[in-house]
Design a protein around this ligand. Structure first.
Ligand code: BTN
Length: 250
């Protein structure tokens, strides 16, 4: 069971840092981190994305934060379910609190508004021996940035809503939602897999994807609790891990 104290009772707000995830990991390694601690920065000099990519975000325009969790009571196999909880929490605040249309989860951990990415998640884990001790949930949510010259499929809350949004309020809403969802997660972690699949982009549709430079097609059936995507190709369901294929958004 994850402690259900509210997240963000303490928020460390930084003007500039290499990466909020790195800062959080340093606190953990120094024994200075506590469950629920949140680190927020206006700017990251070495923001990290998935697959070793950089995460570039204009200064003071976006939500860049990391949430520290004590995960000792969880099984290592539950890592993907924690990703589901995070994706679902972001999706729900964008839909329910901000009325952003067409919000969905793009497997495995991107949040989309329509056909454009609005948020990314990088969860880094601290594992000692066989014990999963901590997770650092890094969230990059595009809030008031309106142009993304280096990317061609990015959007922000401002672009979707045609108005500026207060970043700290988005963070507070998100932490409230995550704290609430953690209680449900403690009782029924797989419920977040169900919600994840409900919000999954292109689920139940014919999709195209790249596998080893080959363009393939199939029916997107859903994602399983290990985080593998299930695609029906020629009447046979195949599972793929996220490094094996790249989904093409139509
Ligand atoms: C992705 O590639 O989609 C994941 C992006 C995650 C970016 C966030 S910004 C706050 C936190 N600190 C980092 O260095 N990365 C994550």
């Amino acid at each position: 069971m994850i402690q259900n104290s509210a997240f963000g009772e303490t928020i460390i707000e930084l003007n500039e840092i290499d990466s909020t995830n790195n800062y959080a990991m340093r606190l953990i390694n120094e024994g200075m981190a506590e469950h629920g601690l949140v680190i927020k920065a206006d700017f990251q000099t070495h923001g990290k994305g998935q697959h070793g990519n950089v995460w570039i975000a204009e200064e003071s325009k976006n939500l860049l934060c990391s949430v520290i969790l004590d995960t000792r009571a969880l099984e290592i196999e539950e890592q993907f379910l924690l990703n589901c909880l995070t994706c679902v929490s972001i999706t729900e605040i964008l839909m329910q609190q901000y009325n952003i249309p067409n919000v969905s989860i793009k497997w495995p951990n991107d949040i989309y508004a329509g056909k454009n990415k609005i948020a990314g998640i990088l969860i880094e884990n601290n594992i000692r021996g066989s014990i999963w001790t901590n997770a650092v949930i890094g969230i990059g949510l595009n809030v008031n940035q309106s142009t993304f010259s280096y990317l061609n499929n990015a959007t922000s809350m401002k672009n979707e809503l045609q108005k500026e949004v207060k970043i700290i309020q988005v963070l507070k809403q998100l932490l409230k939602k995550m704290s609430f969802n953690i209680n449900t997660f403690n009782r029924e972690p797989e419920y977040f897999l169900v919600l994840y699949n409900n919000y999954l982009l292109q689920v139940g549709r014919q999709i195209q994807f790249m596998r080893k430079y080959e363009l393939k097609a199939g029916l997107l059936k859903g994602v399983n609790k290990n985080g593998a995507i299930e695609i029906e190709e020629k009447q046979k369901v195949r599972n793929y891990q996220h490094k094996e294929i790249e989904l093409l958004i139509q």
